[in-house]
Ligand binder design. Sequence first.
Ligand SMILES: *[C@@H]1O[C@H](CO)[C@@H](O)[C@H](O)[C@H]1NC(C)=O
Ligand SMILES: *[C@@H]1O[C@H](CO)[C@@H](O)[C@H](O)[C@H]1NC(C)=O
Length: 303
Amino acid sequence: MWRGRTGLWGWGLYCVAVAWIVIIAGCVSEALDTREGRQTLAEGRFAPRKLLQTDADWDMWAAALLNDTDDFFAALEDGADVNVSLGFEGACPCTALILSSDAGNLQIVQALISADADLDAATAKGAATAIFAASQKGRSAIVDVLIAAGADVEKARSTGATPLMVAAENAHAGVVGALLRGGADAGAADGVGQTALHLASMKIGEASREIAEALIDAGANIEARDADMWTPLIWAAHFGNVGTFSVLLERGADPAVKDASGGGLEDHICQCPLVPETATGLVCPEGGCDSGAADAIAEMLRS
Ligand SMILES: *[C@@H]1O[C@H](CO)[C@@H](O)[C@H](O)[C@H]1NC(C)=O
Ligand SMILES: *[C@@H]1O[C@H](CO)[C@@H](O)[C@H](O)[C@H]1NC(C)=O
């Protein structure tokens, strides 16, 4: 009898608590969607922090989210846990170090490192670390301090993408240099077999030329094959990337290369769709096939 009543009480309280958490989580995820909402969140008008974290933890995380250096230091002084991982939708849950590396706030990043924050903590979704976030945004000063502090330069996302790959993909030559000096593996491949050199071959511009040179100097396999057996040279031809194409050719890439269905380079030159509306594959990047790249590449192959 007594036990039964307690059980019922227990369940009742449990249900109320669960309903409360669901309501609060709903409000907070809505709040995070707008700048105004974030401000409200930071001002503490929603109070989920009372349930799980201390006020200081929540304030520190919200300050990192809002890139507010003064609030961050105030919360740190109040004894916030530098390893706390919070968030509701989007990229987070994640730590303050990931948020401030993404935002490019060197002062916060350095303070977190000094306070012994976990350098290799990753986002709950996608498993991106602080150095991955900084590499993606081209924040080379932050990449430098994270490497100096001992962050893992190789830790990949759940897709297999490493910080080096995301830096190459976004044409951040400075970050690629920092990562290579920090010992990043130039030849690492992601889940579909693509290396940083493949990604540099897809992106048009002087930075990508430079990145391709740096990767090859650091020992990247110039004939690396992805899941479709495409080499970086095939990708450069496909996307009309004259700059990287010429680097690869000069550095000894095989012009007689064949893809998985036996197609050669001549079958790939500017085969990307120019018009997004008709696209079945990745659309041609600007400054390539729309600017005479097909002829330039065919000419390079003839000579
Ligand atoms: C974050 O704050 C730092 C320091 O004030 C600033 O340099 C950086 O540009 C800010 N980042 C964003 C995304 O606004
Ligand atoms: C944060 O996490 C790291 C890695 O797990 C640990 O070494 C460090 O002691 C933690 N820092 C604090 C202040 O709890």
